[in-house]
Design a protein around this ligand. Structure first.
Ligand code: PBG
Length: 327
């Protein structure tokens, strides 16, 4: 064959393949979601997320120290609260001595250099298990904003660096931004969950936090998986309202949305490689049905290749170990 172009030449050896590699992962690309629960010296594995644990605050410090050694420097904290601490108004979310806020303070005391990201939404604290305030079976938008703004200011006060409104209420980014600024927290950032879909892939996360909705679903606030133009509308609003970064969630079934936002918005894009995406790979790997390490790296690469600048992933530790061992 007289072929002028032979793309295989650029794949001829490991050195050449590395040289022409377009997308590379480093541990700095990752944010590790971490689950904290009450108690001392406790560590329980999430049944549907093998290898992922809820830690009591003392053991969480060890976990963070280990991650920092691996090069992971950003963490997104989520609380698992006992049912008795939940109520209609998510009151516990602003308790300065409560689990969540005291853990943020403890982490920032011991590891001032790490970036602590938070979740702003009512569900872990809500007796209804919804992200917003429930009245007569409806999720109320505007009254929820007040609660979210108080939660956000309390998180900033505890020392959080970047807040992640994941609730999908209309207008919350602007409302939270004004509340933060009014309280003097002009330097605290907002990573808005701009395109957050009503997804089946959040199942294992709700197990981890015992935070599944007590009735109905989240389809009146989270987006319809069939829509992509709507993601642009959400993204534009969040940019106007003052978001510093935009999130797409989940990641794997929404790579087109990551790319769409990347091409249309100039803010950093984060992608949440969610609990169900983690569980799928783990389950298949445990059955010997696929090579879990390779499937993990391929997944993370695909998310970055699609245009994500940062990836929230439960694989952060494992992936960092693999990346570090190659150097
Ligand atoms: C809730 C929240 C959810 C996740 C992050 N924040 C679940 C939900 O919306 O029901 C899911 C993350 C994951 O599945 O890993 N505010």
């Amino acid at each position: 064959m007289n072929l002028i172009r032979r793309p295989r030449r650029n794949r001829a050896s490991a050195v050449i393949r590395d040289m022409v590699q377009e997308t590379r992962l480093t541990p700095h690309d990752f944010i590790l979601p971490i689950f904290v629960m009450e108690g001392q010296n406790l560590r329980t594995e999430v049944a549907s997320m093998p290898g992922i644990y809820r830690h009591s605050p003392d053991l969480l410090m060890d976990e963070i120290a280990e991650c920092v050694d691996l090069g992971i420097r950003a963490f997104d904290l989520f609380p698992n609260l006992p049912e008795a601490k939940k109520d209609k108004y998510a009151t516990e979310s602003t308790n300065p001595d409560g689990l969540y806020l005291s853990t943020i303070r403890a982490i920032k005391d011991r590891f001032p250099e790490v970036c602590i990201m938070t979740d702003v939404a009512m569900d872990p604290y809500s007796s209804d298990g919804h992200d917003g305030l429930v009245e007569n079976g409806q999720i109320l938008n505007d009254p929820t904003l007040e609660i979210l703004a108080k939660m956000a200011v309390a998180q900033a006060e505890a020392g959080a660096d970047i807040l992640g409104p994941s609730d999908m209420m209309d207008g919350r980014v602007g409302y939270i931004r004004s509340a933060l600024d009014a309280a003097g927290y002009t330097n605290v950032g907002i990573m808005s969950y701009a395109a957050k879909y009503a997804s089946a892939f959040y199942g294992p996360f709700r197990d981890a936090l015992d935070s599944a909705p007590k009735f109905g679903d989240k389809k009146t606030y989270q987006m319809n998986p069939a829509n992509s133009r709507e993601a642009l509308i959400e993204a534009e609003l969040d940019v106007q309202e003052g978001a510093d970064m935009l999130m797409v969630k989940p990641a794997l079934a929404y790579l087109d949305i990551i790319k769409l936002l990347r091409e249309n918005v100039n803010l950093p894009i984060t992608a949440y490689n969610v609990s169900g995406e983690y569980a799928m790979i783990k389950a298949a790997a445990r059955n010997g049905w696929l090579d879990g390490d390779r499937a993990m790296m391929e997944t993370l690469l695909s998310i970055k290749r699609a245009g994500a600048d940062v990836i929230l992933t439960y694989f952060a530790k494992e992936a960092a170990k693999q990346l570090n061992s190659r150097q």
